[in-house]
Design a protein around this ligand. Structure first.
Ligand code: NA7
Length: 535
């Protein structure tokens, strides 16, 4: 891994996850020069960092994979329905090797700032190692859930035992045998790791602020026949993915949850529960995401499931979420609720007894102190904007992206932001991103960005930048769509509600990846309508 930092390139790409890898490949195919800066020591982004026990994707492998190379699609030997983090990381490494990407990636290098030079029409990009690179384009391929956050309680550094963060998990094998473990956080990372940690820990105490809706994943090894069938139909399947709502084709619902009998409704929920697929649950009925009464039927049904699994009635009640189903990111699990029946697992409801501090010995709530050998923080991310605003990005006239977004992110299509010429975001706020199969959204954005770059070059143009009017209209549209849904009713990271002081605004575009793609394609077809292009 010799550091090979060119002084000047067509594009600086920040991040060597699935976005950065594909964009590098794509730009190279166009004959352009690019360098990728990656903070980690390897490729994979999210899947490089999130190595906690039980980490898995919750979209099926055959769908959560690149479609740009038919050879890759036909040859890659996926093992599991929902692959583990090591299997996904192996895939990312395979792609990096297969397309010879590493030679243009500079590892262990965090980008700290980027300043637009309006005379030269270039970005000057700086890194933590004092590299300085000029680039015509700056592409933030930094991921949506990549800037970790710890709980905002005092004393975290005083703990004398061992602390781990799920999103910064050590590379060596960690064992919990004989140890007293406390874990804070019950989002996907908590829900996936708790059952695995519980298997070996002497004792596991789960600190829960908000319970999650979770479905059994019914993970298993893929069968040869289903792989063969997918490979035979991949083109049609990929097309269906791109036209779908969430990047995973589903049977589109036709009925309201309120127009069918209770039996019919329960049968539909049961089928979704048995299928081990989140999108199946979220698409049982037409009005699931928009009508509280419709949503309440699913909520009550899932509460009954939890009560049927969890033996202690108080623990079961504490595990039942109160917000509408789907308004916070639901989880897929393996034996999550069952784990609370183990004698070595305890649940602390932080709504009753809030966290007060971390002490030398463990964790103190308003009720008492708990002593641990290990504390695990599964406390999530400064989602969607954190990785963008952590870099000191200065656009036209030195304006700061962070300051410009202080009242919430403002983008056009989630791809660009007014005042920041030649800056592209892959799956930025205002795009479907986290409401979709990320691979589908990533490929669509990368293709769109590469086409835009090609267009500029063909037309002899140097800059592209959203107009303030187009951006205002897009932000309004994204907000309006969200206002038709139940999403704003939950304190979710979609709303920025998990980060104290962050402005509450629903960040992703919730109109579906199919509609969104059409809009992006139309914009390009109209000569990049809503962007100003200049020589
Ligand atoms: P999430 O989903 O943001 O979960 C973080 C969890 O940590 C969640 O239960 C939080 O409770 C909890 N949390 C965060 N801060 C605190 C404090 N201060 N006190 C107590 N509890 C706290 O992150 P994940 O890593 O699990 O999953 C992220 C995404 O990755 C997931 O949605 C999938 O898309 C993949 P809260 O809900 O905020 O009350």
């Amino acid at each position: 891994d010799p550091r090979n930092v060119p002084p000047s390139v067509d594009a600086v790409i920040v991040g060597a996850g699935f976005s950065g890898l594909y964009l590098l490949h794509k730009l190279r195919q166009q004959g352009r020069t690019a360098v990728v800066f990656e903070a980690g020591a390897g490729v994979g982004g999210t899947w490089y960092w999130n190595r906690y026990p039980g980490a898995r994707v919750d979209v099926e492998s055959l769908a959560y994979s690149y479609s740009f190379s038919e050879d890759l699609e036909q040859e890659y030997p996926w093992q599991e329905r929902y692959p583990t983090q090591p299997e996904i990381l192996k895939y990312a490494n395979h792609v990096a090797d297969r397309f010879d990407l590493r030679k243009d990636i500079v590892f262990r290098t965090r980008v700290t700032g980027a300043t637009w030079d309006d005379d030269q029409k270039v970005w000057l990009v700086r890194t933590e190692h004092e590299d300085a690179v000029t680039a015509r384009f700056l592409v933030m391929a930094t991921g949506c859930l990549s800037s970790p956050k710890l709980p905002e309680i005092p004393g975290i550094e005083t703990f004398k035992g061992t602390s781990y963060q799920t999103s910064r998990w050590p590379h060596e094998q960690i064992t919990f045998t004989g140890q007293r473990v406390g874990i804070i956080g019950t989002g996907s990372s908590g829900v996936q790791s708790i059952p695995v940690i519980a298997e070996t820990a002497a004792d596991l105490t789960v600190f829960q602020r908000t319970p999650s809706y979770s479905l059994p994943a019914r993970n298993r090894r893929l069968r040869d026949d289903e792989i063969a069938e997918m490979r035979a139909n991949y083109r049609a399947y990929r097309k269906a993915q791109r036209e779908s709502g969430a990047g995973v084709p589903v049977v589109v619902p036709t009925k309201s949850a309120l127009e069918v009998t209770a039996e019919e409704r329960n049968a539909a929920f049961e089928q979704a529960w048995e299928s081990g697929s989140l999108v199946n649950l979220l698409s049982t009925f037409t009005d699931f995401a928009t009508n509280q009464d419709a949503n309440d039927t699913a909520k009550a049904w899932i509460h009954d499931k939890i009560r049927a699994i969890v033996q202690d009635p108080q623990v079961a009640e504490d595990l039942c979420p109160d917000y509408p189903v789907g308004t916070k990111r639901p989880c897929l699990d393996t034996d999550y609720f069952e784990t609370f029946n183990r004698p070595n697992v305890h649940l602390v409801n932080l709504r009753r007894t809030p966290l007060v501090e971390v002490t030398e010995k463990g964790i103190r709530t308003s009720e008492r102190e708990y002593e641990f050998d290990v504390i695990v923080y599964a406390t999530g991310f400064d989602a969607m904007t954190g990785a963008l605003t952590n870099v000191d990005i200065r656009g036209r006239d030195g304006i700061s992206l962070k300051e410009t977004w202080s009242a919430g992110p403002r983008t056009y299509l989630g791809i660009g932001s007014a005042g920041f010429p030649n800056l592209f975001m892959i799956t930025g706020p205002g795009s479907p991103s986290v409401l979709s199969n990320m691979l589908v959204s990533i490929e669509q954005h990368v293709d769109w960005v590469a086409d835009a770059v090609e267009h500029l070059s063909r037309e002899g143009l140097r800059t592209i930048e959203p107009t303030p009017d187009a951006q205002d209209a897009w932000v309004d549209h994204v907000n309006e769509l969200a206002s038709y849904t139940l999403y704003p009713r939950a304190d979710s990271w979609y709303m920025g509600a998990n980060v104290p002081g962050k402005t509450r605004v629903f960040m992703p575009y919730c109109g579906g990846v199919g509609e969104y793609r059409k809009k992006c394609d139309d914009v390009a077809a109209q000569g990049y309508e809503g962007f100003s292009l200049a020589a």
